[in-house]
Design a protein around this ligand. Structure first.
Ligand code: IPE
Ligand code: IPE
Ligand code: MG
Length: 232
C-alpha cells in the first residue's frame, strides 16, 4: 500500500473473456457479461482513486454485431441498466462519462441512455470514462477522413490536427492498453491512438480480473522505459 508509482494518464482496456468465463462454469455467455459489469464498476472506481485522468473501456466493437441477435440484444439491455444504476456513483466520484463510437446504428433506447448519462455527468472533472460502444478503429479513421473532405477546403492536415477529427478529440493517447482474456491482438481498438501505447496482455478472463492484478499491471507499466524512438 502507498507504494509510489507513476499512474498512466490514460489507460484503455479490452475487456475480453466473459464468454469463456461462463462456459467454464457451464453457464450461458450472458452470465459472463453480467459478472463483467461488476468488475467494470470496481476498476472504474480504482482508476479514479489512483488519480488516472482518462479510462477507456472497450464494450462493444463494430464486429460484435456478428454475434447472435440474442447476445447483442442482451448486451444493449445490460449496458443501459448498468449505466442507469451507475450514474449516482459516477457523480459521487466526479467521473464524466463519454461514449466513443458511432451511435447511429444503435437502438434508440441505447442512444437515449447514452445521452442521459453524458448530460448527467457532464460537469465532472476528476476522470473521463470513455465507453467504446459500437466502436471500430478503422471506421473512426474513415469517418475522420470523410469529415475532413466534407469541409471542402484545402486544409493542411497534420498528425496533430487529424486527431481533432477522431472520437477522442482533445484527449491524450492511451499510455497503456490492457487486454484480458489471453488474446494478443487489438481487435480494431484505438488504431490511430495506440501508436506508442504500452501493451499488456493477461490470460485472466475479464470476470476474474481484480484490483490487485490491475495494480500489478500499473506498477509494471511504471517501470517501463518509454523511448518514443529516442536513443537512451
Ligand atoms: C468480451 O467478452 C465482451 C464483449 C466483447 C462484449 P467476450 O464475450 O468476447 O468473451 P469471450 O472472448 O467469448 O470469452
Ligand atoms: C474485443 O473482443 C471487443 C471487446 C472487448 C468489446 P472480441 O472478443 O470481440 O475480439 P475478437 O473477436 O476475439 O478479436
Ligand atoms: Mg472475446
Amino acid at each position: 500500500m502507498n507504494e509510489k508509482f507513476s499512474v498512466p494518464v490514460h489507460t484503455a482496456i479490452i475487456m475480453d473473456g466473459n464468454g469463456r468465463w461462463a462456459k467454464k462454469r457451464g453457464l450461458k455467455r450472458t452470465e459472463g457479461h453480467k459478472k463483467g459489469v461488476e468488475i467494470v464498476r470496481r476498476i472504474v472506481k480504482a482508476s479514479a482513486d489512483y488519480g488516472m485522468k482518462f479510462l477507456t473501456l472497450y464494450a462493444f466493437s463494430t464486429e460484435n454485431w456478428r454475434r447472435s441477435k440474442e447476445e447483442v440484444n442482451f448486451l444493449f439491455h445490460l449496458f443501459v441498466t448498468a449505466i442507469n444504476e451507475y450514474i449516482p456513483e459516477l457523480k459521487e466520484n466526479k467521473i464524466k462519462i463519454n461514449f466513443i463510437g458511432d451511435p447511429s446504428p444503435l437502438p434508440d433506447f441505447v442512444k437515449r441512455s447514452i445521452q442521459h448519462a453524458f448530460n448527467e455527468t457532464a460537469g465532472n472533472d476528476r476522470m473521463i470514462l470513455n465507453i467504446a460502444l459500437d466502436y471500430g478503429g478503422r471506421r473512426e479513421i474513415v469517418q475522420a477522413v470523410n469529415k475532413i473532405l466534407s469541409l471542402g477546403k484545402k486544409a493542411k492536415i497534420t498528425e496533430e490536427t487529424f486527431k481533432n477529427f477522431l472520437y477522442t478529440a482533445g484527449q491524450p493517447d492511451p499510455d497503456l492498453i490492457i487486454r484480458t482474456g489471453g488474446e494478443k491482438r487489438l481487435s480494431n481498438f484505438l488504431l490511430y491512438q495506440s501508436a506508442y501505447s504500452e501493451l499488456f496482455f493477461t490470460d485472466t478472463l475479464w470476470p476474474d480480473f481484480t484490483e490487485k492484478e490491475y495494480l500489478e499491471i500499473l506498477k509494471d507499466y511504471s517501470k517501463r522505459e518509454r523511448r518514443f524512438g529516442k536513443a537512451t
